[in-house]
Design a binder for this molecule. Structure first.
Ligand code: FES
Length: 144
């Protein structure tokens, strides 16, 4: 068995560190040109409840796939959105006193009719989710 000299050891360590340094620089460049193709399939439709259990100006949060969704019965009909705030991902709540979705984290407010931002820091509207009524039952998600 041959002995590794101090000089050889330092050479090996410097080569390993050089290879690691190159990897740290190259990996983000490769990731930029070949982004992850992980796509989430739309969740299965979720039953929310009976139509007559959700009177006008009432709303609630239900689980929809991995994330919560918020459903509200507006003056223009049922609407459903992802309940994940587009600012920093807090969960928005239905505030029936003011008739808006409110994010408790940084006072973001959204319109219930189309989900657009009324005020606050959220950069985008809430993501809309299709609503279907089948035999008097409310479902959110693609057609049942
Ligand atoms: S996370 Fe909703 S306003 Fe900031």
């Amino acid at each position: 068995m041959s002995k590794i000299t101090r000089r050889d050891f330092i050479k090996i360590v410097s080569q390993v560190l050089s290879a690691t340094g190159v990897g740290v620089i190259v990996a983000p460049i490769v990731a930029y040109f070949y982004p992850s193709t992980l796509e989430e399939t739309p969740p299965e439709p979720v039953r929310v409840g009976k139509v007559d259990e959700l009177p006008e100006n009432e709303g609630g949060v239900v689980q929809y796939g991995r994330y919560p969704a918020i459903v509200v019965n507006t003056s223009q009909g049922l609407r459903a959105y992802s309940a994940v705030c587009t600012h920093l991902a807090c969960i928005v709540k239905w505030n029936k006193k003011i008739g808006q979705f409110a994010c408790p984290c940084h006072a973001g407010f959204y319109d219930p009719i189309d989900g657009h931002v009324i005020s606050g820091p959220p950069p985008r509207p809430l993501a809309s989710i299709p609503v279907n009524i089948v035999d008097g039952e409310i479902y959110i998600g693609e057609k049942v």
